[in-house]
Design a protein around this ligand. Structure first.
Ligand SMILES: C[S@@+](CC[C@H](N)C(=O)[O-])C[C@H]1O[C@@H](n2cnc3c(N)ncnc32)[C@H](O)[C@@H]1O
Length: 320
């Protein structure tokens, strides 16, 4: 196995304490055997290790987070030494700015969106609603502001939009108003301040499921995740070699919707509005083929082993 000794625990062969890759077997079925794969969300290198173990010639790994690059580089040191793995720090939504990747075309591209278990577990990173954690949430130094700065500076309208669009929160305006009211007397600094505002807006019985959803909304805003994904999808599609496969695992409904619509649109010849009586677009617009009519989800066994896989949705598309 490529995956070295970086602390395996029971589970799929590619789990480490850093992170357990979701749907690894399904990702291998889609991308295994490819000559060159871009893993745009390298994390602890679990998916990359699985791909290198299944006939992928070379993997280029990209992550915004230096911790992820360090963990994956240690784990995949042997593959790195023999030229089968090359890590780069960067944003998958801006791979054109990584000079070493200029002009490369990939036979497979993987995005496993969101954050890793390591990022959640490291209290100093401020991704969790655990008591007393700093409100940071930046995945890398390319994120413009911390969660605390965002909560202290964003307008009430912007906060409402963030909680409504990224957190599916129907009472978003009430929470935004509560945040603006509280920050007038004291700036937001720790997880307790945001938990306090959520409880202040929605009542003392509000608990972990709401905190998780609303903290995630702030994280998505801090890291520009949805707009980054929207920018990245067509750009990465254009970096696929003919016949190359694009696979995306999403954990958030907004991200999954975006991927679903993009893959469908790229697989459709006629792009006229749905109830248009006849085709006026000229047809023949499909640039590839949808490989997953419905999203692939984790089995009950995988969810029992890795609860984070519960919300994972994998979709794939193949270029012509
Ligand atoms: C779910 S984890 C990936 C785990 C990985 N597949 C594995 O098996 O270990 C997501 C990773 O993507 C990174 N990430 C998220 N958004 C990114 C972006 N726009 N560009 C580069 N990396 C990103 C995060 O820092 C995190 O390490």
């Amino acid at each position: 196995m490529t995956s070295g000794a970086a602390g395996f625990h029971q589970g799929s062969g590619w789990d480490t304490r850093y992170h357990s890759p979701a749907l690894a077997t399904e990702v291998v079925a889609l991308l295994g055997g490819s000559a060159l794969v871009l893993d745009g969300t390298l994390g602890g290198g679990g998916h990359t290790a699985a791909l290198l173990d299944h006939g992928v010639g070379r993997v280029i790994g990209v992550d915004r987070d230096p911790d992820a690059l360090a963990a994956a580089s240690e784990r995949l040191a042997e593959a790195m030494a023999n030229g089968r793995f090359s890590p780069y720090r960067g944003n998958y939504a801006a791979i054109d700015t990584i000079p070493a990747l200029a002009g490369l075309r990939f036979n497979g591209i993987l995005l496993d969106l969101g954050i890793s278990s390591h990022q959640i577990d490291d209290a100093a990173r401020g991704f969790s609603f655990r008591e007393g954690a700093p409100l940071d949430m930046r995945m890398g130094s390319d994120a413009m502001q911390s969660a605390a700065e965002l909560l202290d500076d964003a307008s009430e309208d912007e906060l409402t939009r963030i909680f409504r669009e990224y957190g599916d929160e129907p009472r978003a305006a009430r929470l935004a108003r509560e945040i603006v009211r509280r920050r007038q007397s004291r700036p937001f600094e720790s997880s307790d301040d945001l938990v306090g505002a959520i409880r202040g807006a929605f009542g003392p019985r509000t608990g972990p499921p709401e905190f998780a959803r609303l903290f995630q909304a702030v994280r998505i805003a801090v890291n520009d995740e949805l707009t980054g994904l929207a920018r990245a999808l067509p750009m990465l599609r254009d970096r696929l070699a003919p016949g190359g496969t694009f696979a995306v695992i999403a954990y958030h409904s907004g991200e999954d919707r975006m991927v679903k619509h993009a893959f469908r649109e790229w697989s459709t010849d006629c792009i006229c509005p749905p109830r248009h009586p006849m085709c006026t677009c000229g047809g023949n617009h499909a640039t590839g083929e949808l490989l997953t009519r419905r999203a692939t989800v984790a089995s009950a066994d995988e969810i029992a082993r890795n609860p984070r896989a519960r919300s994972a949705k994998l979709r794939a598309w193949r270029a012509k």
